[in-house]
Every structure is written in C-alpha cells, then in structure tokens.
Ligand binder design. Structure first.
Ligand SMILES: [Zn+2]
Ligand SMILES: [Zn+2]
Length: 162
C-alpha cells in the first residue's frame, strides 16, 4: 500500500465528513487543520432543530434552478466551512488550513471547480485561516492563499457564482 501524502490524507477525511451533508443538491465537508492537528470539522446542513433538505425531500435552490454561488439567502443550510469555523476557537484558526471537498448529491461526482461561496470566503478571511485546499478529484487538488480572496473582492466586481 502506498502511503498517502498529507494533503490527500486531510482531503480524504474532509470527504468522509461530506458524507454527513444533508442537501439533495451538493454536499461539502470541511476540516480545519493547524500545526498538523485537526481543529474542527463541518458539513452543510440546516441549523440545529430545523428541517434539512433531505428531511423535506426538496432543496429549494435546486427546485428554483438557482446557479451555484448565487442567492444564498434562500439556502437553508449553514455551509461546511461556516460550521467548521463555528466549532473552532479563533486562536486555533490563525494561520490554519481548511480542507474542502464537495460532491454532487445525485451523482456522487466531485463538484467541478469547487470553491467557497462569497459568504464563506468572508468568514474564512476573518477567521484568520491562511490557506484553503480544495479537492478537484481523487488525485488532484488546488491550494488557494486566502490573501488572494482578500484582494479579489467579488463584492466590488459584482461577479456572482464561481
Ligand atoms: Zn439543499
Ligand atoms: Zn458557503
């Protein structure tokens, strides 16, 4: 057996976390790692006590055909990244890495060109997370410096989606 490299090891864990996601459209798993320790985990789901997409049998965004990256006010869920951030102390997130994996709920395929939405980007920036590693497929991933997200301010350019 070939030993998994560290980035894919953490991505594999984030992928397992994504299996707990509750949306009928896409499910994401996120883990925050600092100094080689997992600080917290998160997956997308409705706020505690509220019904999930899977409980209602309908994802409102899916039903209305809303493109990804847009109109998150009508998404029922707290996103994976946000849930991981909520579960961590800020001092543990400064300089940390967030690993993110997204899968299509129907096909089980990896989300193409996955990224964090504009709301999660803001939270990631303020949490002090330094880097986001996103899985493209089983062997490929991209590593984004959060400083790039600070500079590329989509709220100024008016670019929606990703
Ligand atoms: Zn949904
Ligand atoms: Zn998000």
């Amino acid at each position: 057996m070939i030993r998994t490299d560290k980035e894919n090891y953490y991505l594999d864990i984030a992928e397992t976390v994504a299996e707990r996601g509750t949306c009928l459209r896409r499910n994401f798993g996120a883990i925050i790692v600092h100094n080689d320790e997992i600080v917290s985990t998160g997956y997308n789901g409705a706020p505690r006590g509220r019904k999930n997409c899977i409980d209602m049998g309908v994802c409102i965004r899916e039903k209305l055909g809303i493109p990804r990256g847009e109109r998150y006010e009508i998404c029922r869920s707290v996103h994976a990244e946000a849930n991981a951030i909520i579960s961590a102390a800020r001092r543990d997130m400064i300089g940390s890495t967030l690993y993110l994996v997204g899968k299509d709920a129907k096909t089980g395929e990896y989300v193409e060109n996955a990224s964090s939405c504009s709301m999660c980007k803001r939270q990631i920036i303020n949490a002090g997370i330094a880097r986001v590693v996103i899985r493209l497929n089983k062997n490929a991933f991209i590593s984004v410096a959060v400083s790039d997200w600070i500079e590329q301010d989509e709220s100024l350019s008016g670019t929606f989606g990703y």
